[in-house]
Design a protein around this ligand. Structure first.
Ligand code: HEC
Length: 457
C-alpha cells in the first residue's frame, strides 16, 4: 500500500476537528450559563455535539491513507486483483457505506492477513488503527453524511501518480517485455487448469546476463497465478522490486523460459475466455552495486504425507528446517488453496530463544500476501525454523468446494498445497558492479543456489 499520509497528520487533523467541536460547544454553554438558563443549555447540547463523522472531514483522510491506492479508477493491479470500485469521492463511497462498514468489521479490508500484534514488522503492511475503524463504521451507521467539502484534504500526490491507464506500467516502461506468442484460451466448461507455456527468450532480446531491478505482470482474465522463470505472481501480489544493493540475475538468451500458469474461472455457457500475460522487466543500471545476491526457497511439506480428512475443521502439518550457516531472513509467503486456514513460522535460536516470525491467523486464498520484514531477521547457524499450516475441510469454511471428500496434495484449487516460500540471504557481502564482467561463481552454469544450504529434517 502507499503510505501517503503519516497517521500523525491524520491524528492532528482529527484533534483540530475535535477542538473545533469543543469550541463550538463551549461558546453557547458559557453564554447560557451566564444567563442561568439551564434548560435551554440541555436542549441545545445534543444539537451541538451531534458529531457523527462526515465524509470530507473524517472518512476521506482514512480512505486516502488506506484504501485509494487500490480503490481508484485505475488502481493497483495486483496479480489480477483489481479493486471493483473507486473510493475517491463521496459519490463513490456513499452507496457503499454499509459494505465498507462490514468489510472493516469483519477484517476483510484493507487486505492483510498477518496478526494484529505484527503491526509494523513487515514492509507495506495494511492495518487500520482502532479509531480509524470506529470512524468508518460510525460514519456508515450514522447517516453517511457528506459534511463540508471544504474539509476535504487534498488528494495525496502519491495517489495521483499511482493512477495509470489500464495498459500502463506502475514501475515505468520496462527494459524487456515477455509475453506468450498466442493467447491461451479456456473453454466454457473448464474451471481450473494448469499449463506450462514456454516463452522464447532470443539472443536479441537479452544478449547477456543482466541484474533484475523489478518484475511487473499484466495479465488477462482468469489468470489465477503464474510461476515463471522470472519470479512468480499470485493473486494479491505486488510488482517485485529488488532494492538497492540486492539483485537477481536473469540469464541471457537464447533460451526458453517456462511459465507455469494456473487459470481459474467459473465454468458455464459463455464463460470461455482467452488471455495473455506480459511480464515487464527492468534491469539495474550500469554502476549500481550488488551486495547481496538473493535467492528464493520453498519449504515443502512432503506432499505424500498430506491427507486432509473430510469434514476436519483444523488439520495441521509442520516441518522443521535447520540453517547450516548464518543467514538473514527477508520474507515469507505461505501458500495453500481454498481450505487454507492459518499459517505460522517460528524460530528457535541456538541459544534456546524462541520467537514467532509470522502468524497468519486467518489465511485468505484470494490474498496471497508476501511478508517482507522491515528489518531482516538474523538466523545464526543452527537456528531451527518451524513452519506450520492448518486447513479447514469442514462445511463451516465458506470457501470449501466439497467438505465431504478427503483432500490430497495437488495443483488444482480443489486439491491442496502446502508451500512456504522463504527468501533469505547469506551474509557474505559481495561488491559486484553492474556492467562489469560477472564474478566466476556467478557465470552461467555455476548457479549459486542458496537452496542447497537449507535442509529439511
Ligand atoms: C491492496 C488493494 C486494496 C486496498 C488497500 C483496499 N482494498 Fe478494498 N478491495 C480490493 C479488491 C481487489 C477487492 C475485490 C476483491 C475482494 O473483495 O477481495 C476489494 C473489495 C472491497 C469491498 C467489497 C467487498 C467486500 O469485502 O465487502 C469493499 C467494501 C472494500 N474493498 C473497501 C475497502 C476499504 C474501506 C479499504 C480501506 C480501508 C480498502 N477496501 C482497501 C483491494 C483493496
Amino acid at each position: 500500500m502507499l503510505r501517503v499520509i503519516p497517521t500523525s497528520v491524520v491524528r492532528i487533523a482529527r484533534l483540530i476537528a475535535l477542538a473545533f467541536i469543543a469550541q463550538a460547544m463551549v461558546g453557547p454553554l458559557d453564554a447560557q450559563d451566564a444567563q442561568g438558563v439551564r434548560v435551554v443549555v440541555a436542549d441545545q447540547i445534543p444539537a451541538v455535539t451531534h458529531d457523527a463523522p462526515t465524509f470530507y472531514a473524517d472518512v476521506l483522510p482514512i480512505l486516502h491513507e488506506n484504501c485509494v491506492s487500490c480503490h481508484q479508477p485505475a488502481g493497483l493491479n495486483m496479480g489480477g486483483n483489481v479493486a471493483p470500485f473507486s473510493l475517491m469521492t463521496y459519490e463513490d463511497a456513499r452507496p457503499r457505506a454499509r459494505r465498507i462498514a462490514s468489510a472493516i468489521r469483519e477484517g476483510r479490508m484493507p487486505p492483510w492477513s498477518a496478526a494484529e500484534w505484527q503491526h509494523g514488522m513487515f514492509k507495506g503492511d495494511r492495518y487500520l488503527e482502532d479509531d480509524e475503524k470506529t470512524t468508518l463504521i460510525a460514519w456508515a451507521e450514522e447517516g453517511a453524511s457528506a459534511g463540508d467539502p471544504e474539509d476535504a484534504p487534498p488528494v495525496p500526490e502519491a495517489v495521483l501518480s499511482a493512477s495509470i491507464g489500464a495498459n500502463d506500467w506502475f514501475l515505468g516502461e520496462p527494459d524487456l517485455v515477455l509475453e506468450f506468442d498466442e493467447q491461451y484460451c479456456m473453454d466454457d466448461d473448464v474451471r481450473d487448469i494448469y499449463v506450462n507455456i514456454p516463452v522464447q527468450l532470443t539472443e536479441d532480446m537479452l544478449p547477456e546476463d543482466r541484474w533484475i531491478q523489478s518484475i511487473e505482470y499484466r495479465n488477462g482474465p482468469a489468470v489465477h497465478h503464474i510461476i515463471g522463470g522470472v519470479g512468480g505472481l499470485v493473486p494479491g501480489a505486488k510488482p517485485r522490486i529488488y532494492e538497492e544493493g540486492y539483485g537477481r540475475l536473469l540469464r541471457s538468451g537464447p533460451r526458453e523460459i517456462m511459465f507455469n500458469m494456473h487459470y481459474n474461472k467459473e465454468p458455464g455457457p459463455g464463460t470461455a475466455v482467452c488471455s495473455n500475460i506480459k511480464a515487464g522487466i527492468t534491469f539495474k543500471k550500469d554502476g549500481d552495486v550488488i551486495r547481496h545476491v538473493t535467492g528464493g526457497d520453498q519449504l515443502w511439506m512432503n506432499p505424500a504425507s498430506l491427507l486432509i480428512p473430510a469434514g476436519d475443521p483444523s488439520y495441521s502439518k509442520s516441518i522443521e528446517y535447520e540453517f547450516e550457516e548464518d543467514v538473514e531472513i527477508l520474507s515469507f509467503m505461505p501458500h495453500m488453496h481454498l481450505r487454507g486456514k492459518a499459517a505460522l513460522y517460528e524460530i528457535t535460536y541456538p541459544d534456546g530463544r524462541h520467537e514467532t516470525l509470522l502468524h497468519v491467523p486467518k489465511y485468505e486464498f484470494n490474498w496471497q500476501h508476501s511478508y517482507a520484514f522491515r528489518e531482516p531477521v538474523f538466523a545464526p547457524k543452527g537456528s531451527a525454523l518451524r513452519f506450520t499450516l492448518w486447513w479447514d475441510n469442514s462445511e463451516d469454511n465458506p470457501n470449501n468446494p466439497d467438505p465431504s471428500v478427503d483432500v490430497r496434495w495437488g495443483r488444482p484449487t480443489h486439491a491442496e498445497m502446502s508451500q512456504g516460500y522463504m527468501n533469505f540471504q547469506t551474509l557474505d557481502e559481495r561488491h559486484i558492479v553492474v556492467g562489469d564482467p560477472l564474478p566466476e561463481d556467478l557465470r552461467s552454469g555455476s548457479d549459486e543456489d542458496p537452496r542447497s544450504r537449507v535442509r529439511g529434517r
